[in-house]
Write a protein that binds this ligand. Structure first.
Ligand code: HEC
Length: 119
């Protein structure tokens, strides 16, 4: 009777260990995904920085003055025009940014342009 009980106890211990280890592994997985998500969310999309690095050398003073490209501050163009211009560019004048930026970034640049003082 005694050895049987010990055996049962040992078996239970093994099962418990395996179950706990399995659970620990299962829990470790979503934590990794969670971390990746958080890291992506933490990268801020900053229209001003994107503009300064990609557009500023043609649209001078952060788009406040004309350079190789026209002044963008106070633009009368509608959102669609500006979004399309950024995506498609203009042959011989302005490069296309469709493959450099995602929609969120392009919208951040539009918001930056809209926030420029008109004067
Ligand atoms: C290589 C120089 C160059 C770069 C870089 C550039 N542009 Fe331009 N952009 C131009 C030129 C030149 C025009 C005028 C094209 C034309 O003749 O209509 C223009 C026109 C525009 C217009 C239309 C203005 C209007 O009212 O007609 C917008 C909006 C614009 N650019 C936004 C941007 C943004 C945003 C970026 C960065 C993502 C950018 N550009 C990068 C040269 C550039």
């Amino acid at each position: 009777m005694v050895p049987d009980r010990r055996m049962a106890c040992w078996t239970a211990a093994v099962f418990l260990t395996v179950a706990l280890a399995g659970q620990a592994l299962a829990e470790a997985q979503p934590t990794t995904d969670e971390k990746t998500k958080t890291e992506q969310a933490e990268v801020p999309v900053n229209g001003e920085v994107l503009f300064a690095t990609s557009c500023g050398w043609c649209h001078q003073q952060g788009g406040r003055a004309a350079g190789r490209g026209p002044k963008l501050a106070g633009s009368k163009r509608d959102d669609d025009f500006i979004l399309n211009r950024i995506k498609r560019g203009k042959q011989g004048a302005m490069p296309s940014f469709e493959h450099s930026f995602n929609d969120e970034q392009i919208h951040a640049i539009l918001a930056y342009i809209r926030a420029l003082p008109a004067q």
